[in-house]
Design a protein around this ligand. Structure first.
Ligand SMILES: Cc1cc2nc3c(=O)[nH]c(=O)nc-3n(C[C@H](O)[C@H](O)[C@H](O)COP(=O)(O)OP(=O)(O)OC[C@H]3O[C@@H](n4cnc5c(N)ncnc54)[C@H](O)[C@@H]3O)c2cc1C
Length: 639
């Protein structure tokens, strides 16, 4: 099992000086600075004046002077040419204790010593840094009797399966779909694409995976997950087209009874432990408009886009304007006769140049030929999300919650004004809630929903929907909108974690019983008291703090370390103590109350009817890493 290797040395060896210099014009100067410093310790790289510039929703630091940027490119070219001329052989990352300084030079931020472990892992110098290393070799008879069921073969489940295999722990992976990929197996609507960086959308073992775009469309994301399944030979261990319907804890045996239904009928597996990797945006939510079933044309949720749909000549309604709605409507508009966008609430839009384009070939060349380019490019370090989502008690503004939140709002409104040039349309597209109190949407400044709205074949309807009928949609003002197809971009059962499985833990307590007050919660996003030997990937309050890949990796290593204790010490159950669960959740709820999603103007799945968030994580990545990286013995009951 290996990570993807970079190009053979021959590609760099045959590169001309001009080719190297051309490629480096496309390099991120701050990454060059860190990388060169790490490899050469050149003191000239240390003191470069920086300035802050907007970057999508956030801000980032860049060299203040063009001369310094040119100097960085020149030094990088000298380095690469010398490396080429000496054969471009294996190269070491250099002293590990220089890495904090190198990362500081890349971000312009201080990295505290106790945070460095996170960034070292994120750099993926060691692609297996989040794999289990047994502290003592497990007795084979105990190891072989231990069996884990993993539910779901998306990003989380595939990693869990791979890490279990590397640890030698037997497992079965159960997946309701016919293929791997989860979100990207299901979301194949036109325009479906990542809106966070593809570079951060790999596991650490996939650091060199050659994603072709900075923000990949669904087929490329799907290819990545197919690569994980095939490269690491996981597919053969997956039970496809089989859905887990219930989990029941057997207190006598200290095992989970896993009931499933699928192409082979009903089955029950018994497992010592279960890892759920069922996603939280996996169960599409349709609205309940009167008359929906009477519509005579095709209709679908975005996550159920029918393959081969012909749009030419069709009048299409898009209902809902979250990320999916804003992605799908402009793409449909390029083909269909007419698109009517039904918008209840607009969302904040942020221009990301190059969002819909592939990487220039020079960037992909750097990925293959500049040592450690992929490693440094994938590390996201910043205070950006923390600042833009903060409620600053000393900041008073009718629309924003902090200076950074206001700056983001101003930037987005300036973008709306520039693109739309129409005050009425700008007003219709200005969300009533502060930035990031609901999911903000990344868009390409060259073509997005805003350009689509200016097309002759697109109509924006902000009036509420009264009902659906045989030929289309009637709005509350009594107007009829006849269409040939309805696309529901209406989101997911996001706050109903582990839905619709029935999960019964100790003493007959169900997960609904545990979550009856306040909605879904978990200890560190993954463990629940009364539900031993069960870990949730992408569980409650894991949206934010870390990328999904990092969260999945950290919860998985946490779970595997707990399993290690069970196996090596001959124990059978590990469970989080109720006090630890509530202590963490009290702390989490307090912290969430200081985040923009607690703002009373916000209406989104980020905040539930219980007056708290079941989805959002208010902590920093470093805090979550510290919580998860090693299980805390005092918080757990092991029997
Ligand atoms: C349209 C869309 C765009 C997104 N864009 C981004 C983005 O840009 N950046 C980002 O970070 N995140 C994004 N996300 C979030 C995305 O869900 C995560 O990034 C990631 O894919 C989650 O991986 P996962 O394995 O936890 O869950 P999923 O990918 O949802 O996979 C869950 C798997 O579990 C299976 N499953 C569920 N229940 C059962 C059951 N009972 N029995 C058997 N199998 C079951 C499902 O079939 C599925 O294969 C997006 C989500 C959507 C829907």
């Amino acid at each position: 099992m290996s990570k993807i290797e970079l190009s053979t040395p021959s590609e760099l060896q045959s590169a001309t000086d001009a080719q190297i210099e051309d490629a480096l014009r496309f390099a991120n100067p701050m990454v060059l600075r860190a990388l060169l410093y790490q490899l050469t310790a050149d003191p000239e790289l240390e003191d470069i004046p920086l300035k802050t510039v907007p970057a999508g929703y956030f801000e980032r630091k860049v060299p203040a002077n063009d001369a310094d940027t040119a100097m960085l490119r020149r030094k990088a070219a000298e380095f690469l040419k010398a490396y080429r001329d000496t054969g471009a052989g294996p190269i070491d990352i250099g002293p590990r204790d220089r890495l904090p300084a190198s990362l500081r030079l890349m971000t312009g931020l201080d990295i505290r010593q106790d945070a460095f472990g996170l960034y070292l892992e994120e750099l993926a110098i060691d692609p297996w840094a989040r794999s289990l290393e047994w502290s003592t070799p497990p007795a084979p008879e105990r190891l072989n009797k231990f069996h884990v069921v993993v539910i779901g073969a998306g990003m989380g489940g595939l990693n869990a399966a791979l890490q279990l295999r590397r640890a030698g722990i037997p497992y079965t992976l159960v997946e309701k779909n016919a293929g791997v990929g989860g979100t990207w197996h299901e979301n194949r609507y036109p325009g479906a694409r990542l809106d966070s960086s593809s570079r951060s959308y790999t596991h650490i073992f996939g650091v060199n995976y050659p994603y072709p775009n900075p923000f990949c469309p669904w087929p490329e994301n799907q290819k990545y997950f197919d690569w994980v399944a095939d490269n690491f030979d996981i597919r053969k261990e997956i039970v496809f087209e089989t859905e887990v319907t219930s989990l029941t804890w057997d207190e006598d045996q200290h095992k989970w009874e896993v009931r499933m239904t699928g192409k082979e009928g009903e089955r029950i597996l018994r497992a010592n432990a279960v890892i759920t990797a069922v996603g939280f945006l996996n169960r599409p939510k349709l609205p309940d408009f009167e008359g929906m079933e009477t519509f005579e044309g095709p209709s679908c949720h975005t996550a159920r886009w029918p393959e081969g749909t012909e749009l030419e000549g069709k009048r299409v309604a898009v209902v809902g304007t979250g990320c999916s709605g804003y992605q799908v409507a402009p793409e449909i508009a390029l083909e269909a006769k007419h698109v009517t966008v039904f918008q209840r609430t607009p969302q904040w839009l942020f221009p990301v140049p190059g969002y819909r384009s592939p990487f220039p070939p020079q960037v992909s060349w750097l990925d293959r030929n500049l040592p450690f380019h992929t490693n440094f490019m994938r590390v996201g370090i910043g205070e950006g999300f923390g600042k833009v989502t903060e409620i600053d008690p000393d900041f008073s503004d009718p629309h924003a919650t902090s200076p950074a939140n206001k700056r983001a709002r101003d930037l987005s409104i300036a973008f709306l004004e520039e693109k739309l040039q129409d005050p009425a349309l700008v007003a219709a597209m200005t969300p009533p809630h502060p930035v990031w109190s609901a999911r903000a949407v990344a868009v390409d400044p060259e073509y997005s929903i805003l350009d689509a709205l200016k097309r002759d074949n697109v109509t924006l309807v902000t009036e509420g929907i009264k009902s659906v009928n045989r030929t289309g949609i009637e709005t509350l003002d009594g107007q009829q909108h006849d269409v040939d197809m309805i696309v529901y971009a209406t989101g997911y059962h996001a706050t109903e974690y582990l839905f619709p499985m029935t999960i019964t833990g100790r003493d007959g307590q169900t997960i609904e019983d545990l979550w009856a007050q306040g909605g879904a919660r978990a200890y560190y996003g993954c463990m629940m008291p009364g539900f031993p030997n069960l870990w949730a990937l992408y569980g409650p309050n894991t949206n934010g703090a870390l990328t999904p890949a990092s969260f999945h990796e950290l919860v998985t290593i946490h779970a595997l370390q707990c399993m290690e204790t069970l196996i090596t010490e001959g124990k059978t159950a590990v469970e989080v103590k109720s006090e630890a669960y509530w202590r963490y959740n009290k702390h989490l709820d307090e912290a969430n109350r200081k985040r923009v999603w607690a703002d009373p103007r916000a209406h989104s799945y980020y905040w539930t009817r219980h007056g708290r968030s079941a989805t959002q994580n208010p902590f920093t990545g470093v805090e979550m890493w510290r919580y998860l990286r090693r299980p805390v013995d005092d918080d757990l009951r092991i029997t």
